[in-house]
Design a protein around this ligand. Sequence first.
Ligand code: IPE
Ligand code: IPE
Ligand code: MG
Length: 267
Amino acid sequence: MASFTSSTRTIPELGRVPRHVAIIMDGNGRWAKKHFLPRFAGHRRGVETVRGAVRYCLGHGIDYLTLFAFSSENWRRPEEEVSLLMQLFSRALMQEVSKLESNGVRLKIAGDLSRFGAELQALIHAAERKTAANDQLTLTIAANYGGRWDIVQAMNRMAVERPEKQGQWTEDDLSPYLAMSYAPEPDLFIRTGGEERVSNFMLWQLAYTEFYFTETLWPEFDAAAFDEAIASYQRRERRFGRISEQRVADGNSAAGENRPVDARLDA
Ligand code: IPE
Ligand code: IPE
Ligand code: MG
């Protein structure tokens, strides 16, 4: 079961570099439009940006990268776009896994996989198995993922496995059942493409995450753009409910600082 710090229960240890970055990769369609190309060309270009983002995280000591690739609401798109996105996903899985493997990347897919075809599900499981022992970076692709789905599926599994605690379940009881329980909560959330909303991404896990929005479209989100997001993160003061003076006394909170603190809320 997961043993990562819950930001609402314990103040986490912080490093200069975010340990977990979660990204809503938005703006592929608009990028394509800007270049007079079909939307699909934007998605294809977006896959190249994913490669760059993985390389960036490997090079900068970021341990977890979570990318929102397809939301539970994206099925509402035209059938043709949905089907092309599924093809692109399958192809990327087939082509990229050995490269991920040789770079020490552990690949995880988070979401309701039951809606995918049997072949795609098999590809997903094979890719996860093949990279399971890697420890340089955990790359999670959120596919047919929704934050509300995640909370409800966790609740259902908890209710089945721990019926004796009904009426007394706690946050700590629920969190191990969340789809990404193998990862700490994100330190930094990035959304490209200019929209400033969460679109049903990691609702539970973003409780104390720092948010960064940029107009840059996903296909143009390069290392320099990533640098800017990290620099913005490093200027934040993460208070976790405390006041500024306390965090100075404790020596922990500014994302740019790196001293652990023992301040368990439940101690
Ligand atoms: C994000 O880009 C990729 C997916 C949702 C699959 P969009 O396709 O949403 O691009 P815009 O928002 O139309 O520009
Ligand atoms: C969010 O992007 C989902 C992904 C990036 C996969 P959308 O472009 O679908 O978000 P909304 O619908 O505009 O909020
Ligand atoms: Mg969009």
